[in-house]
Design a protein around this ligand. Structure first.
Ligand code: PHE
Length: 366
């Protein structure tokens, strides 16, 4: 018996050494088959037990089972060691250095229009305005009639746009379908769908039949609307003066409001800011000249009524800012048409790094 026991110990250490030396999962599997498989060495020894007497068979059976368990455990152990090593190797190989800068040739640029819209949003966001968006295809009622521009109103001439085929149903206001000429129809949608107090800005694309160095048939606006019970002209002035000072980064920028006319506001004003004119170029700040920068006014009570808001209880102000104009002045871009020519060299020159996200804390003027 002692003899047999020694043989098993020798076999155990031989197999365990082989298992621990196995270099891969395939080699390990071969070892398993050769020891524990149908024709394996341990299986073979088990079959041989048949010739032993009952006591010897019992003792031998226990030894062989223990051996089997040990070898199976050694194989499992080795398997997980190998798997871990394979994973470590893969992780080393696939390692990425996330601190490396982007390759200059693959870094995109943010378009000055997008950047300027983000700057405007950052300023009004800080003042508590929410961003509202709406469709670029509008019906006549939302774009004109609700805003107190009835069908024969002369203001429609300045807002000549692109019309789509078909008439709108009476429920949606009637009239032709068109590309919106300002983002004001979003203010109408907002007044129809939510109750005051309202404080929104509306950035977006707008369309008019115009094309020269300062007009393009597609352009961008950010309009704003405040409606509540107590807002007055003083709030309008304070809010817009703060905005102009922040966007141009001139703390004591001179500003004045000139009486004007818009059908949707009463009274209406145009806001001018101080500048110097050198040749064809403007420098925003102190100077002896004025530059018109935006239109604004107190919301016409008729517009509130058209949108289902009680004009005896609520009032507010609205304004409209041309994004291209702000971007041209701020970043010295002379020709508006270049904004939409999709020239990559232009974008590399005038564009912004995707990481220069404008904010009131991080800075608006990169
Ligand atoms: N909707 C006007 C336009 O596009 C701009 C504006 C908005 C003027 C609000 C005054 C008040 O011409």
């Amino acid at each position: 018996m002692g003899n047999l026991g020694e043989t098993l110990d020798a076999l155990r250490s031989e197999l365990i050494d082989a298992v621990n030396a196995a270099e891969g999962l395939d080699a390990l599997e071969q070892l398993r088959v050769s020891a524990l498989g149908k024709k394996g060495r341990i299986t073979h020894l088990m079959k041989e037990m048949g010739g032993l007497d009952a006591d010897a068979r019992k003792a031998r059976g226990q030894d062989l089972n223990a051996l089997k368990t040990d070898i199976a455990a050694a194989i499992e152990n080795r398997k997980s060691t190998l798997a871990q090593a394979a994973l470590d190797a893969r992780l080393m190989e696939e390692r990425l250095d996330v601190s490396l800068p982007v390759r200059p040739e693959s870094e995109g640029r943010i378009h000055p229009i997008s950047q300027t819209i983000e700057e405007i949003i950052a300023i009004f966001g800080e003042m508590g305005f929410a961003v509202a968006e709406g469709p670029e295809i509008e019906d006549d009622w939302h774009n004109f009639t609700a805003l107190n521009i009835p069908p024969d109103h002369p203001a429609r001439q300045e807002h000549d746009t692109f019309y789509l085929p078909g008439e709108n149903s009476r429920e949606s206001g009637g009239g032709r379908t068109l590309l919106r000429t300002h983002t004001s129809p979003v203010q109408v949608h907002t007044m129809q769908s939510s109750k005051p107090p309202l404080r929104i800005i509306v950035p977006g694309r707008t369309y008019r039949c115009d094309y020269d160095a300062t007009h393009s048939p597609m352009f961008h606006q950010v309009e704003g609307l405040v409606v509540d019970e107590a807002t007055h002209m003083g709030h309008l002035k304070g809010c817009l003066i703060d905005f102009c000072r922040a966007i141009f980064g001139v703390e004591d920028l001179p500003a004045k409001f000139r009486a004007s006319y818009f059908p949707f506001t009463e009274p209406s004003a145009e806001m001018d800011i101080g500048c110097t004119r050198e040749g064809g170029e403007f420098r925003i700040g102190h100077g002896d000249d004025w530059l018109e920068i935006l239109g604004c006014g107190m919301v016409n009570p008729k517009v509130l009524e058209n949108c289902g808001i009680d004009s005896t209880k609520y009032q507010g102000f609205a304004f409209g800012i041309g994004v291209e104009r702000i971007a041209m002045l701020k970043y010295g871009i002379p020709d508006l048409r270049t904004f939409f020519e999709s020239d990559l060299r232009w974008l590399r020159h005038y564009g912004f790094s995707p990481l220069q996200i404008p904010s009131m804390v991080g800075g608006l003027n990169p």
